[in-house]
Design a protein around this ligand. Structure first.
Ligand SMILES: Nc1ncnc2c1ncn2[C@@H]1O[C@H](COP(=O)(O)OP(=O)(O)OP(=O)(O)O)[C@@H](O)[C@H]1O
Ligand SMILES: [Mg+2]
Length: 507
C-alpha cells in the first residue's frame, strides 16, 4: 500500500464535516421558521419590496447611463469635427475660413454643452467663430487671464446663473504657435439631464415607498383584524360571555391563537356549567333533605285524615236527601284536596330516588279513567268541561301503572290549574301510532310564556304560588325510564298541549 493510500483524506473529512453542519443548520432553521407564519410572510414581503426597489433603481440607472454615454459620444464627434476645422484653418491660412461650417457643427452640439467654437490668433482676436458677432473681437476671460502659452487653459465661471466652461486649445506646429481654438461650454444642459434623472430616481423611490406603505397598511389591517377580534372576544369572555367561538380561518400563528382561545373558552364554559350543576346539586340535596323530613311528617296525618273522612262518610251520612248531597260534596272536596296534597308529597319524596319500575301490560285508557276519577270533584267544582277521545286501537302498554298514573295526574292537574277561573275545557286523547301509545292533554288555559317553555322540566321551576315545580320534572323522568318521551307545546294565553309517548305492547 502506498504512503498516500495510508494517509487519511483530511480534505474530504473537513468537507463532510462542513456539509453536515450546513445541513443541520438548514434543517433546524426550516423547522424554526413556519413558512405560513406571520414572521415568514413579513420577511418575504420585505424581500420582495427590496427586490422591486433594486430592480427599478437598476433599470433607471442603466437607462440614464446609456443616455449619458450616447450624448457624450455625440458631443465628442461634433466637437472633434469642429476642432478639426479650426486647426486646419489656423495651420492652413490659405483656406477660406468658413464661419458657416463652424456654425453648422456648433449648432449640432449646442444645447448639449457646447456653446461656441472660435478660432483665435495668438493675440486672442477672433478670426472665425460659430458666433459671427465675435469675429474681429478680442476674447477676454476674467481680467485677461488667458496667457499666450502653448498649454491648454481652462476657465470656470458663473454668469447669469449658468455655469460656463472655457477651454483654450493652443494650435502648435513644431515650435510655432498659430493661435487658439476657443471652446465655450455651458454645463446647464448636463445639469438638466442629471436633474431630470434625479427626479426620475426620486419618483421611482417614492412610488416604491407608496407601494410599500399601502402594502404595509393592507397587511397590518389584515393581520391585526383577527388580533382585534380576539381582543374583543377576550373582553367579552372577561365580562362573562362564554358562548363565544371565533372562526378558525387562515393559517399560522393567528389560527393557532384562535384555536387555543376557542379551546380555552370551551374549557371555561364547561367548568362554569359543572360549577352550576354542582351548586344545583348541593341546593337540591339541602332542600331535599329538609323537605323529605317534612313530607314524611305530613304524610302520616294525611293518611289519618283520609281514613277518617271515609269513616265519617260511612257513619255520619245525614238521612235528609238535600243535606246528604251537600255532605257528600264536602266529603269529596276534602278527599280531592287530600289526594292533591298526597300527590305533591309523593312527587317530592320520589324525586331523586332511583325508580324501580313494576312493569305490567295495562291498557292506558283505564289508567286515564282512574286519574280522571281522582280529580272528578275538582273538575265539577270548577265547571271544567272534560272531553275524552280514546281511539279504537289496543292502547295496552308495558308500564308501571302507579308511576304512569302519577304522570297523567301531573298533566291533568296542570291543565286544571291553568284553566282555573276560565271557561275551562280539557281534552284527554289516547291513540296508537306504529309502535307508540300517545297520550295528549290539551287545555285552553293560561298557556306558557315562550321564555319559560324550556324551563318547565327543571326541578323546582314553578310559576304557581302553591306549586313546588316537580310535576313535569318527575313526569319526564318516569316516561323516559319507560323508553318514551314528553313534549309540551304552548301558546301564551291560548292554551297548552302536553304529549306523552310510551312504547306500545307488542303482541
Ligand atoms: N297546562 C299548563 N298550562 C300552563 N302552564 C303550565 C302547564 N303545565 C305546566 N305549566 C307551567 O310549567 C310549570 C312547571 O310545571 P310543574 O308541573 O313541573 O310544576 P307546578 O305545577 O308548578 O308544581 P307541582 O306540579 O310540583 O305542584 C308550571 O308552574 C307552569 O308555569
Ligand atoms: Mg304541576
Amino acid at each position: 500500500m502506498s504512503r498516500n493510500g495510508n494517509r487519511p483524506n483530511y480534505k474530504l473529512t473537513y468537507m463532510d464535516f462542513f456539509f453536515k453542519i450546513v445541513k443541520k443548520r438548514r434543517l433546524s432553521l426550516f423547522r424554526r421558521v413556519d413558512i405560513s407564519g406571520l414572521k415568514a410572510k413579513l420577511i418575504f414581503i420585505m424581500l420582495l419590496l427590496s427586490a422591486i426597489l433594486m430592480v427599478l433603481l437598476l433599470a433607471i440607472y442603466t437607462r440614464a447611463e446609456r443616455e449619458l454615454i450616447r450624448q457624450v459620444e455625440r458631443h465628442t464627434d461634433e466637437l472633434s469635427a469642429a476642432i478639426q476645422i479650426s486647426i486646419e484653418q489656423l495651420t492652413n491660412p490659405s483656406d477660406e475660413i468658413s464661419d458657416i461650417k463652424l456654425k453648422q457643427y456648433v449648432e449640432r452640439v449646442k444645447g448639449k454643452g457646447i456653446k461656441e467654437v472660435s478660432i483665435l490668433t495668438n493675440e486672442r482676436e477672433v478670426i472665425a467663430s460659430s458666433n459671427p458677432a465675435l469675429t474681429g473681437k478680442v476674447i477676454d476671460i476674467k481680467g485677461d487671464r488667458v496667457k499666450t502659452s502653448s498649454e491648454v487653459q481652462e476657465f470656470m465661471s458663473i454668469a447669469k446663473g449658468r455655469r460656463n466652461y472655457d477651454i483654450f486649445l493652443p494650435v502648435v506646429v513644431g515650435n510655432e504657435q498659430f493661435g487658439f481654438v476657443h471652446i465655450a461650454m455651458q454645463f446647464d444642459d448636463f445639469a438638466e439631464l442629471m436633474h431630470s434623472n434625479n427626479i426620475k430616481r426620486l419618483f421611482a423611490t417614492g412610488i416604491v415607498f407608496v407601494i410599500g406603505i399601502i402594502t404595509s397598511v393592507f397587511l397590518a389591517t389584515r393581520y391585526t383584524r383577527p388580533i382585534n377580534n380576539l381582543s374583543a372576544a377576550a373582553e367579552r369572555v372577561a365580562s362573562g360571555d362564554l358562548a363565544i367561538s371565533l372562526p378558525e380561518k387562515g393559517g399560522g400563528e393567528i389560527k393557532k391563537l384562535t384555536e387555543h382561545f376557542n379551546k380555552m373558552v370551551k374549557g371555561l364554559s364547561e367548568t362554569k356549567e359543572l360549577e352550576a350543576r354542582l351548586k344545583e346539586a348541593e341546593h337540591l340535596s339541602t332542600i331535599g333533605h329538609l323537605a323529605s323530613g317534612i313530607a314524611h311528617e305530613v304524610r302520616n296525618p294525611l293518611n289519618f285524615i283520609n281514613l277518617s273522612i271515609a269513616h265519617i262518610a260511612n257513619k255520619f251520612s245525614p238521612d235528609d236527601e238535600r243535606c246528604k248531597e251537600e255532605f257528600i260534596n264536602t266529603i269529596n272536596g276534602i278527599k280531592g284536596e287530600v289526594q292533591r296534597l298526597n300527590n305533591m308529597i309523593v312527587n317530592f319524596l320520589d324525586y331523586g330516588k332511583p325508580l324501580k319500575l313494576k312493569i305490567q301490560n295495562i291498557p292506558l285508557d283505564t289508567i286515564i279513567e282512574d286519574v280522571l276519577r281522582v280529580v272528578e270533584h275538582k273538575i265539577l267544582e270548577d265547571n271544567i268541561i272534560v272531553e275524552k277521545r280514546f281511539s279504537e286501537d289496543d292502547l295496552t302498554a308495558p308500564v308501571d301503572a302507579q308511576q304512569i298514573k302519577i304522570c297523567i295526574l301531573n298533566l291533568i292537574l296542570n291543565s286544571i290549574q291553568a284553566v282555573e277561573g276560565n271557561k275551562g275545557r280539557i281534552i284527554v286523547e289516547a291513540s296508537k301510532n306504529d309502535e307508540h301509545i300517545i297520550i295528549k292533554v290539551l287545555d285552553n288555559g293560561c298557556g306558557i310564556l315562550e321564555e319559560n317553555l324550556m324551563k318547565v322540566y327543571e326541578p323546582y321551576f314553578t310559576t304557581k304560588e302553591v306549586g313546588i315545580g316537580l310535576g313535569l320534572s318527575i313526569t319526564k323522568r318516569i316516561v323516559e325510564e319507560h323508553g318514551g318521551g314528553i313534549d309540551i307545546k304552548s301558546e301564551y294565553s291560548m292554551g297548552t298541549t302536553a304529549i306523552i309517548k310510551l312504547p306500545a305492547h307488542k303482541g
